[in-house]
Ligand binder design. Structure first.
Ligand SMILES: Nc1ncnc2c1ncn2[C@@H]1O[C@H](COP(=O)(O)OP(=O)(O)O)[C@@H](O)[C@H]1O
Ligand SMILES: [Mg+2]
Length: 350
């Protein structure tokens, strides 16, 4: 394991921000730390990159201890995101060459490396423009390119696509994919389920300073069970009555039930409902998604405010989120999972 953390704890004053975190990242793999705002993602990244000392716990990167051997750790890692090392009065190319010189690469090698990285991150056409004229996505790519001049073995990306428009996000995903093909180990943080699903070999769900689940995207999905059946009722009361009868998770007009995916089970569910005159208006079934995982295993839902492809259901899920957090007795994973209904199915809200 090129990254190993055990028993990490950190408090700021009376606030416990990390409550015992264990992580292990295999060389050449991608780990996503997935969690909502305030979960503790940046604090973990700062500890792993030697910028913050943990109150307790041990971290080694490539065998070096982050507290006792910070200089050695810094020699094998790079950190990008949430701050830019870019000098925006210089051109993209000048920025890259400057980093190469700081790394004592020598002029020729620094130039060569700069051109290689410009090409790779699709910045060649803009390389002679001052960085201040770059778009957000180009800036992010330049920042990433600068962190790669030194060929780090482990790259930390703290919310690499937060705030980017959907097309810049796709370009950034491609850029990260390139690094993965190189065999670079990556630890990234994200609030986006689809980002973790797309980029990561393993996902660690983080909520309120604790790991609530971890594994491959597929393993996490199977933790939530096989299929989900979603029943959409004409009104909240009928949905509530159906929930009393069948269990599962309910949220306004929706009832979300675990299922084995068989037609027999679905028929059985519909028969039971018909016997009680609780016939649903609509039925659908789907394999569990990462949304189901997150909402089943984590008390608070991930932020989706700028996530692509979710805008149509954002309103519903965020409203659900504030309802959940408003009442402490609702804070169990069971109840939080009821939100998956509203975030999963594109149902008419009329
Ligand atoms: N330097 C600090 N001083 C006080 N509180 C902090 C500090 N850094 C982070 N926190 C708090 O720790 C919690 C986790 O923050 P952070 O690690 O930035 O979460 P995330 O990156 O997942 O959004 C938040 O409640 C935040 O307010
Ligand atoms: Mg953060």
């Amino acid at each position: 394991m090129i990254v190993e953390a055990t028993g990490l704890r950190k408090s700021y004053g009376a606030v416990e921000v990390l409550r015992g975190i264990d992580l292990a990242v295999k060389e050449g793999s991608v780990l996503a730390l997935l969690g909502p705002n305030g979960a503790g993602k940046t604090t973990i990244v700062r500890i792993l990159t030697t910028l913050t000392r943990p109150d307790a716990g041990v971290v080694t990167i490539a065998g070096y201890d982050v507290v006792r051997e910070p200089t050695k750790v810094r020699g094998v890692i790079s950190l990008t995101g949430q701050y830019a090392a870019v000098d925006d009065n210089q051109t993209g190319r000048e920025n890259l060459v400057m980093v190469g010189k700081l790394m004592h690469l020598g002029r020729a090698a620094a130039n060569r490396r700069a051109d290689e990285l410009l090409e790779r991150f699709d910045l060649t056409a803009a390389m002679n423009r001052r960085a201040k004229t770059y778009s957000g996505g180009m800036m992010r790519r330049l920042d990433l390119a600068m962190s790669l001049v030194a060929r780090p073995r482990v790259i930390f990306l703290d919310e690499p696509t937060t705030g980017l428009d959907p097309s810049s996000r796709l370009t950034m995903w491609d850029a990260i994919g390139e690094l993965v093909r190189d065999g670079t180990t990556i630890l990234l943080t994200t609030q986006y389920l689809e980002e973790a699903d797309r980029l990561a070999d393993r996902i660690v769900l983080l909520d309120d300073g604790r790991i609530t689940a971890s594994g491959t995207a597929d393993a996490l999905k199977s933790q939530v069970g096989g299929e989900r059946i979603e029943l959409y009722f004409a009104d909240d009361l009928t949905a509530r009555n159906a929930f009393e009868l069948l269990g599962g998770h309910t949220d306004s007009q929706l009832l979300n039930l675990p299922s084995d995916g068989s037609a027999g089970h679905l028929l059985h569910v519909l028969d039971e409902l018909r016997d009680k005159a609780l016939t649903p208006a609509r039925v659908s079934s789907h394999r569990p998604t990462l949304d189901d995982v997150f909402l089943t295993l984590t008390a608070s839902p991930p932020s989706k405010t700028t996530s692509p492809q979710t805008s149509s259901r954002e309103g519903a899920s965020r409203e659900g989120a504030s309802r959940e957090s408003a009442s402490p007795e609702n804070a169990s994973p069971e109840n939080a999972a009821s939100e998956s209904a509203s975030s999963q199915t594109a149902v008419p809200t009329a």
